[in-house]
Design a protein around this ligand. Structure first.
Ligand SMILES: NC(=O)c1ccc[n+]([C@@H]2O[C@H](COP(=O)([O-])OP(=O)(O)OC[C@H]3O[C@@H](n4cnc5c(N)ncnc54)[C@H](O)[C@@H]3O)[C@@H](O)[C@H]2O)c1
Length: 267
């Protein structure tokens, strides 16, 4: 892991959604360890309070699927932290089932947490960022938003919408505000708990992934910190895929060609 510049975000206000767990918690810790004042935003009140205490930040309990709750959370963060320079839209929820079995409530939840919430937060914070002379927004999408898989149709579509919103934001608010996105592959967090509880279910994915493992929340947090910082000052509108190379093997083609080589090489 790269050495952290303890003063990179000295006193800077950073807003992180879904910060009570997994990737969001790692992001909150990463910014706090570089001196930031972090707004730990989550619907999980206990988790948000715990994390805020740990990182010396402020807990803001909000359901990011609710536009007025997001408006209030952004306003509270600006007031409490004395302004915001970085916004990380990380909160997300998953669901595994074929699309014809999704009821309206689950459909709305997937769209609202994984996509609408990103729009609400961007809409709420952009006037403040423009007024203070700039800032950065980093959205967390998913590898599934680029290459959808079965049983994640609406999750994938919502993440694809977040990737598109990232590009529109970059076009509309450059040069003042940079907007980028991270698309993680499989990362060890409560969201992927099944794979950790039953490693054999992950084995086919592991063996076809060039880096042969899941990512860690800290690895994703490092990319978020990079995209938020001056170190990425010429990057905007981009989505960085961090998946250990998992999206590279084309379905069917790669294993078939790998097998053909051993036939021709006589191995
Ligand atoms: N873990 C992975 O393998 C993986 C892969 C691709 C993308 N992602 C994305 O990364 C992000 C973080 O995922 P994670 O693995 O850390 O998940 P996680 O379940 O560990 O954490 C998600 C956090 O979001 C919060 N949250 C959920 N709905 C909310 C709402 N309506 N309002 C406020 N907070 C809410 C939860 O309380 C939780 O603290 C998500 O957007 C997820 O889609 C994760």
């Amino acid at each position: 892991m790269t050495e952290i510049d303890r003063r990179e975000y000295d006193g800077v206000g950073v807003f992180v959604t879904g910060a009570a767990s997994g990737i969001g918690a790692a992001v909150a810790r990463r910014f706090a360890s570089a001196g930031a004042k972090v707004a730990v935003v989550d619907r999980d009140a206990d988790g948000a309070t715990r994390l805020a205490e740990e990182v010396g930040g402020v807990a803001i309990v909000a359901n990011v699927a609710d536009a007025s709750a997001v408006d209030a959370a952004v306003a509270t963060a600006i007031e409490t932290l004395g302004g915001l320079a970085v916004v990380v839209n990380n909160a997300g929820v998953g669901d595994l089932r074929p699309l014809h079995l999704l009821d309206d409530k689950t459909f709305r939840r997937l769209v609202d947490v994984n996509f609408s919430a990103v729009f609400y937060a961007m809409r709420a914070v952009v006037p403040h960022l423009l007024e203070r002379g700039g800032g950065t927004i980093v959205n967390v999408a998913s590898q599934s938003g680029i290459g959808p898989t079965r049983n994640e149709a609406v999750y994938s579509a919502a993440k694809a919408a977040t990737i598109a919103l990232t590009k529109s934001g970059a076009l509309e608010y450059g040069p003042s505000i940079r907007v980028n996105c991270v698309a993680p592959g499989f990362v060890a967090t409560p969201l992927t708990g099944l794979f950790q509880a039953e490693p054999e279910t992950f084995e086919p994915i592991r063996s076809s992934t060039p880096l042969q493992r899941m990512g860690t929340a800290d690895e994703i947090a490092e990319i978020v910190a990079f995209l938020a910082s001056e170190r990425s000052s010429f990057i905007t509108g981009q989505t960085i895929v961090a998946d250990g190379g998992n999206s590279l093997p084309q379905a069917g083609t790669d294993p078939t060609l790998a097998g053909l080589w051993s036939r021709f090489s006589g191995d």
